[in-house]
Design a protein around this ligand. Structure first.
Ligand code: ADP
Length: 449
């Protein structure tokens, strides 16, 4: 096992990884930008190294500085967390050539799954159902574009091949909007990912976003965990996740089988997620694979009682999985609310700044993953996630009541947050009935048709 792990990340996920390492007896190195010197991950780690100024490109994305920090401190592995360099093949490659273990899948898997249109093609060949769409990337000038689009059928969605975080997507209701949608999606994707490649997909109406956590060992053994429903999204970004979802046990079994098949098709190693969309007739389609630990991983940890970060580290160190998917039990119903530094009452505008005071929720069945504390200043330079509030109870109905209770205790002053949004959503009758799908917020909360 590793002696010392450098965490190439910040915020709540860096704190989460340090906690796992400490319990495993592994020493930790935090890296931070100059404005993050007072962050909790820096306080909690055994050692810390400043890797550059606030701008991510100069610090958390600065491969040379991160590798130097690992070498100076003698770290034998790097955990990339999520975002930043977690799905960067070049970074995984540099780690390998410097003899530092990258805690993630093989670099070829990251590459294969990083490009969404290639990932879909790989999955289709492995026999996994994929959303109908173009096999190759297209442009507004692609010959027979309208014919191709008509064959898939409107409404369509233009998606960026390098996509992430809901960027580079455009819904196309009809032919007259197609060319413009392609051009705007290309421009957005180029600006966000440095790659403007886009492809077309059938736009599914009111689907559920259902994803499966998977773990794989070096020998090719794979397990899948009970699914997470991540349908409560705004602008294609998740806000509430829960597990299990309200799909039938038969479908859960079938989708779990396909998730494991998908993972095996790319020799999946360590922790990853297979994302599917499920339509009203319970048809399901592979959407993408995330080759890292995800923001919402604690949902699965709570529902199964397994520490996924420890598992990820253990597997990266070459240990065997040692159990099967049917050994995984569902311990109750879990809900997670993402608390962001955004004003949910003013169109979710970012709300960075100093946190004057905080009252944290607690009590039975509550978990809070956060890096904030009274007096902490939320910078505008990074993502707005402040905390993940999770609850578990025996049934969904009880978990909703518990989450409402926990939200009512949670008080953050000095900045605006998404706590009011969560209170409204949890009180919504359709939410309570479990009638949730990816357009829920527009249709049920903001009353759009
Ligand atoms: P990202 O990597 O940017 O998160 P995803 O491919 O995971 O992008 O899609 C994010 C969300 O966008 C999905 O959860 C879903 O709400 C929506 N979406 C993506 N593709 C489709 C589709 N073909 N039909 C309907 N909604 C879609």
């Amino acid at each position: 096992m590793f002696n010392k792990i450098l965490i190439a990340n910040r915020g709540e996920i860096a704190v989460r990884i340090i906690r796992a390492c400490r319990e495993m007896g592994i020493r930790t190195v935090a890296v931070h930008s100059d404005i993050d010197a007072e962050c909790l991950h820096v306080k909690f780690a055994d050692e810390s190294v400043c890797i550059g100024p606030a701008q991510s490109s100069e610090s958390y994305l600065n491969i040379a500085n991160i590798i130097s920090a690992a070498e100076i401190t003698g770290a034998d592995a790097i955990h990339p967390g999520y975002g930043f360099l977690s799905e960067n093949t070049y970074f995984a490659d540099v780690c390998e050539s410097c003899n530092i273990k990258f805690i993630g899948p093989h670099k070829t898997t990251i590459q294969q799954m990083g490009d969404k249109s290639t990932a879909k093609k790989t999955m289709r060949k492995a026999g996994i159902p994929t959303i109908p769409g173009t096999e190759e990337c297209i442009t507004a000038e692609t010959p027979k574009l309208f014919k191709i689009a008509k064959k898939i059928g409107y409404p369509l969605i233009v998606k960026a091949s390098a996509g992430g975080g809901g960027k580079g997507m455009r819904i196309v209701p009809s032919e007259d909007a197609l060319k413009n949608a392609i051009i705007t999606a290309q421009t957005e994707a180029k600006a966000a990912f440095g790659n403007g490649d886009v492809y077309l997909e059938k736009y599914l109406e009111e689907p559920k976003h259902i994803e499966f956590q998977i773990l794989g060992d070096i020998k090719g053994n794979v397990v899948s965990y009970p699914e997470r429903d991540c349908s409560i999204q705004r602008r294609h970004q998740k806000l509430i996740e829960e597990s299990p979802s309200n799909i039938s046990p038969k479908l859960r079994k079938k989708m779990g089988h396909y998730a494991r098949l998908a993972a095996k098709a790319v020799d999946y190693f360590t922790a990853g997620t297979i994302e599917f969309l499920v339509d009203k007739k319970e048809n399901f389609y592979f959407m993408e694979m995330n080759t890292r630990i995800q923001v919402e991983h604690p949902v699965t940890e709570m529902v199964s009682g397994v520490d996924l970060v420890k598992e990820q580290i253990r597997l990266a160190g070459g240990e065997p999985l040692g159990y099967n998917y049917d050994d995984v039990v569902i311990k109750g119903h879990v809900i997670e609310c993402r608390i962001n530094a955004e004003d949910s009452e003013k169109d979710f505008i970012p709300s960075p700044g100093k946190i004057e005071s905080v009252i944290f929720p607690g009590g039975p069945g509550v978990r809070l993953d956060t890096h904030i504390y009274p007096g902490y200043t939320v910078p505008s330079a990074y993502d707005s996630l402040l905390a993940k509030l999770l609850v578990i109870d025996t049934k969904r109905e009880k978990a909703i009541a518990r989450m409402q209770r926990a939200l009512s205790e949670f008080e953050i002053t000095g900045i605006k947050t998404t706590i009011p949004f969560h209170k409204t959503t949890l009180a919504n009758d359709y939410f309570k009935k479990g009638e949730i799908y990816t357009n829920f917020i527009q249709k049920r909360l903001y009353g759009e048709k």
